[in-house]
Design a protein around this ligand. Structure first.
Ligand code: CAA
Length: 406
């Protein structure tokens, strides 16, 4: 029977890549003042994938943590949101499905609209659960943000995967049915199929983000959404964490609520602690902001939170949710800190070498389908082992698959 009861995020976690380039190291070589990075854009470091990591390995690591806690018996759907697609046809989620050893009676599909894709997945998932409240939906958001070397966007790169389990009577956050939408065709940021790095008009993208925020917020309010005063705080998509400050200033101005820069910084600080260390993770960024908020030492039981999701191009959504009483019992703060702290620091030359390997066509990879093994780069559970006959070969390093198939 369909339900009118609460539906939302039952569990949430994230994982990031195994390497890290601190902005102090970047600044030493680009000649930029490090305060431009630390204060101007609000970033401390960026996660860099090793050669055998990608959106699938990061997402599988995050998803495995959820499956270990909840099992997979109620799982019927896996939605994978990304703008770092690895195949023009096959959904990246099918690889995750295989790596985790999930059963065959599932639908798995990939969604794309720049950084907005995961929010579309979340909303579709809540609708599926409303129709069948016995069902769980696994939403994965995984991206590697890559800009050209020596470009203005370079300092905002990053990588991460968020995994969410959507369920009825959720333990973490109920998603409210009201949301505000805004779509506008704008070329602020995009990546043609023949490019490994995004093209971006930086200043235009900032303006497009803020225009979309205004549009989505007005639609949200028009449809009966909460007033700013009813929201404890707002989690924003954070291409760099200072963008959230610009966005919140804009929102408060729209709502005619006066606030100083210091007040805005205080309100958003609990939402930015992971993204400033990880960098832009596109689809996952908003949900790393939520993870940071939940993991902060604030008392959030029963509080309402706003969410702003922006995907260049552009599609945006403003929605809200209520943090469930008792949410603290299910937090994964230790795991999240471990994911960030275990990254191996690399120097500038190593970073540039890894970056060049992703130029298209990838020079070091055979395009004739020949076997190509990738070196072991990180100590995660899953890795991209190589390529064979034009296929990506993933492997589970240890322990073995969660749900081995007979
Ligand atoms: N100390 C402190 N602050 C400093 C400083 C210093 N020494 N030097 C500069 N700053 C400040 C500047 O004043 C500026 O702050 P304000 O914006 O508040 O004025 C900030 O640091 C950045 O400086 P610049 O504007 O000079 O930086 P830039 O032009 O080199 O690059 C950028 C900034 C355009 C955002 C660039 O990083 C970029 O292109 N990023 C990628 C695009 C992006 O992230 N767009 C966001 C919206 S689109 C989106 O959200 C989708 C997505 O995920 C991509």
């Amino acid at each position: 029977m369909p339900t009118d009861g609460p539906v939302g995020i039952h569990d949430l976690t994230f994982r990031t890549a195994g390497l890290v380039l601190p902005h102090t190291e970047l600044a030493r070589h680009t000649g930029a003042c490090v305060t431009k990075y630390h204060q101007g854009i609000g970033q401390q470091a960026m996660s860099i994938p090793a050669t055998d990591e990608d959106i699938v390995t990061m997402a599988a690591e995050a998803a495995a943590a959820l499956m270990e806690r909840h099992g997979a018996d109620r799982l019927r759907t896996l939605l994978f949101a990304t703008e770092t697609g690895i195949d023009q046809s096959k959904a990246a989620g099918v690889y995750v499905h295989q790596l985790l050893g999930l059963g065959p009676h599932m639908r798995v599909v990939e969604l794309k609209q720049a950084c907005y894709g995961a929010t579309a997945a979340l909303q579709l998932a809540t609708a599926l659960v409303r129709r069948d409240p016995g069902q769980h939906v696994l939403v994965l958001a995984s991206d590697v943000a890559r800009y050209d070397l020596d470009s203005p966007g370079e300092a905002t790169q990053g990588a991460a995967a968020a995994a969410m389990l959507i369920a009825a009577d959720p333990a973490l956050v109920t998603i409210h049915p009201t949301s505000g939408l805004y779509t506008h065709d704008v070329m602020d940021f995009w990546r043609p199929n023949y490019r490994a790095t995004a093209l971006v008009d930086g200043k235009k993208s900032l303006a497009a983000y803020l225009q979309a925020l205004r549009g989505a917020w007005r639609d949200y309010r028009h449809r009966g959404g909460l007033d700013v005063a009813q929201l404890h705080t707002v989690c924003y998509h954070q291409p760099f964490t200072r963008m959230a400050h610009k966005a919140h200033a804009q929102l408060l101005q729209e709502a005619e609520v006066p606030a100083t820069a210091a007040e805005i910084a205080r309100a958003l600080a609990p939402t930015t602690s992971y993204n400033e260390l990880v960098g832009n993770s596109y689809t996952a960024s908003l949900y790393l902001a939520l993870a940071a908020l939940l993991d902060s030492d604030q008392q959030l039981d029963g509080r309402s939170v706003g969410f702003f999701s922006y995907g260049s191009g552009s599609v945006a959504e403003f929605f809200s949710g209520t943090v469930r009483t008792g949410y603290r019992h299910l937090l994964r703060t230790e795991e999240h800190l471990e994911a960030v702290q275990r990254r191996y620091p690399i120097d500038y030359d190593t970073y540039r070498r890894l970056h060049r390997m992703h130029r298209l066509p990838r020079q070091e990879l055979p395009v004739n389908g020949a076997q190509h093994d990738l070196p072991h780069g990180v100590s995660g559970r899953y890795r991209l082992a190589g390529f064979h006959e034009h296929q990506r070969i993933y492997e589970c390093v240890s322990p073995p698959p969660l749900f081995p198939q007979p």
